[in-house]
Design a protein around this ligand. Structure first.
Ligand code: NAI
Ligand code: MG
Length: 511
């Protein structure tokens, strides 16, 4: 008896019914009832969220010049969470002046060891307030509490600890050379990892003696303002960190400000290109961390179950709101059917819903705009002739922006869903026969941020990873981060590296 017949028979007996006929019927299995968890919501009772937030400039909260505010919502409930100040060029100018003054008078004069102490203190205070920060991150951005609690917040603290350590050791980072700070840094961050992206930007900047003006994304400003409270509680000198809230125009005002020495941006490739154009001909330094369309390559000799978990982690957790997501699966022909079947079964067990529930795997899509964009891409995929499969176990909540985990098979390399960043829980699946074909397909997009390789052979890992035009390659794992490791892209995925020793370079001038 073949493997397949055996499996079907076993299923038929288990269900007490004849072999299922519809293509997805066999997926329903018993999973729905097996995985019926009781609700386990994290309480948000003790979290204090004010109705209105101001900019944080020169060590205190400061009313915006034009007194205009915008609302931020909780994408899981569509309820207004708080109002944030809309930053104009006047506000940005005020923040840059405060940062310049703090740089000239205080921060650049402080002994490096003292700078380090402040950064250590900030790291510890993030740890102390970890639970509160995680809950706020999930309420404001829609990500599952499991992720904000286990990934975002601990990693944010880890980046501050790591760079605190470098503050008084820059002579060892750059032996024989003197590292001088660049001055005032303008930093613009996205909504997918709000506090963590703040840490990636602020920690190395402060460690090297710079001061900053940071703008969080308009849909997720709350943890940045909680961070402002931490800066105050830590006694950080006024003006060293300034936070101006607002949307694209506020970001553009930072980029265009003549007294800023360096721009660090993470976000869309589209905006990255606009910023690069604005900076052309100026002497501002810059780093850009942009989009991705990461290949996740599964070889026949990989452990299939482990790979399925890796795929789920690479694209479905955090709603696929990850620039380094493994959004393109490349699977070797011999195991394709088996792997896709197991993946579909695993998709049935993924819980889509309340971000504050500890069992939730896939939370809310960050904003209505992003929700619409993902749905447009799903339409595009169908129109391009690809075969769609979505999980059918989880009922989506009535309110809020939720998207079922989605896979597309029967796609061509030239399809838009294969080439363009969707930034949602949507995976395209292609097959390949030889390692050469895998590399060819993996490299054939405008991006080059991250990728994954799954194989039993160490030699294959080294051989293939060297051929991938990709800033990061994970082997038999995915989406693993560590402050000591540099991160950044090739091609249209960006310029420069963040994290590790490499992450210090953009913030210093070497003499
Ligand atoms: P975006 O690139 O517009 O936003 C990122 C940040 O840049 C936000 O703080 C935003 O206010 C700011 N910004 C927008 N326009 C600006 C300008 N002209 N000058 C300076 N700053 C500006 O990204 P958006 O619109 O939120 O998302 C669109 C797509 O971008 C997503 O669907 C996704 O594909 C991609 N994206 C990639 C991210 C990554 O980590 N690489 C993060 C967020 C989005
Ligand atoms: Mg929000």
């Amino acid at each position: 008896m073949s493997e397949k017949t055996k499996e079907n028979e076993a299923e038929a007996t288990a269900n007490g019914s004849p072999k299922p006929t519809s293509p997805n019927a066999d997926l329903k299995h018993d999973f729905a009832s097996f995985w019926n968890y009781s609700p386990a919501p994290e309480s948000s009772d003790f979290v204090e969220i004010r109705k209105q937030y101001q900019h944080y400039i020169d060590g205190s909260f400061s009313v915006p010049a034009k007194k205009r505010y915008f609302k931020s919502i909780n994408p899981a409930t569509e309820e207004v969470l708080a109002e944030f100040a809309e930053g104009t060029s006047e506000d940005v100018d005020k923040a840059v002046k405060a940062a310049r003054k703090a740089y000239d008078k205080v921060w650049s004069k402080l002994p490096a060891r003292e700078r380090g102490k402040y950064i250590y203190r900030i790291a510890r205070m993030i740890q102390e307030r970890a639970r509160e920060l995680a809950i706020i991150e999930s309420m404001d951005g829609g990500k599952p509490i499991r992720e904000s609690r286990d990934v975002d917040v601990p990693l944010a603290a880890a980046y501050f600890f790591y760079y605190a350590g470098w503050a008084d050791k820059l002579d060892y980072a750059f032996p024989g050379r003197k590292a001088e700070p660049v001055g005032v840094c303008g930093q613009i961050i996205p909504w997918n990892f709000p506090l963590l992206m703040l840490a990636w930007k602020i920690a190395p900047a402060l460690a090297t003696g710079n001061t900053v003006v940071l703008k969080p994304a308009e849909t997720t400003s709350l943890t940045a303002l909680k961070f402002a409270e931490i800066c105050m509680d830590a006694g950080l000198p006024a003006g060293v960190v300034n936070i101006v809230t607002g949307a694209g125009q506020t970001g553009a005002a930072i980029v265009d400000h003549p007294d800023i020495n360096k721009i660090a941006f993470t976000g869309s490739t589209e905006v990255g290109k606009i910023i690069q154009k604005s900076l052309a001909g100026t002497d501002k330094k810059f780093t850009l961390e942009l989009g991705g369309k990461g290949p996740n390559i599964i070889f026949e000799d990989a452990s299939v179950d482990q790979a399925v978990e890796g795929i789920v982690n690479a694209i479905f957790f955090n709603q696929g709101h990850v620039c380094c997501a493994g959004s393109r699966l490349l699977v070797q022909e011999g195991i394709a059917d088996k792997l896709i079947k197991k993946l579909k079964q695993r998709m049935e067990t993924l819980i889509v819903g309340d971000p504050l529930d500890k069992n939730t795997d896939i939370g809310a899509i960050n904003s209505k705009m992003q929700f619409n964009k993902i749905n447009e891409y799903i339409e595009i995929g169908i129109k391009e002739g690809a075969t769609i499969h979505q999980s059918n176990s989880s009922n989506l909540p009535d309110k809020g922006y939720f998207c079922k985990p989605t896979i597309f098979t029967g796609v061509a390399q030239s399809n838009r869903i294969v080439q363009e960043e969707i930034f949602g829980p949507v995976l395209t699946i292609q097959t390949f026969r030889t390692p050469e074909e895998a590399v060819e397909k993996a490299n054939n997009t405008p991006y080059g941020l991250a990728g994954g390789i799954w194989t039993d052979k160490g030699s294959k890992i080294f051989k293939i990873s060297q051929k991938l035009r990709s800033g990061v390659v994970w082997a038999n794992t995915f989406n693993k981060f560590d402050p000591t490791s540099p991160f950044g892209g090739y091609k249209e995925s960006g310029v420069g590296r963040e994290g590790g020793l490499h992450g210090l370079y953009p913030y210093v001038n070497l003499k």
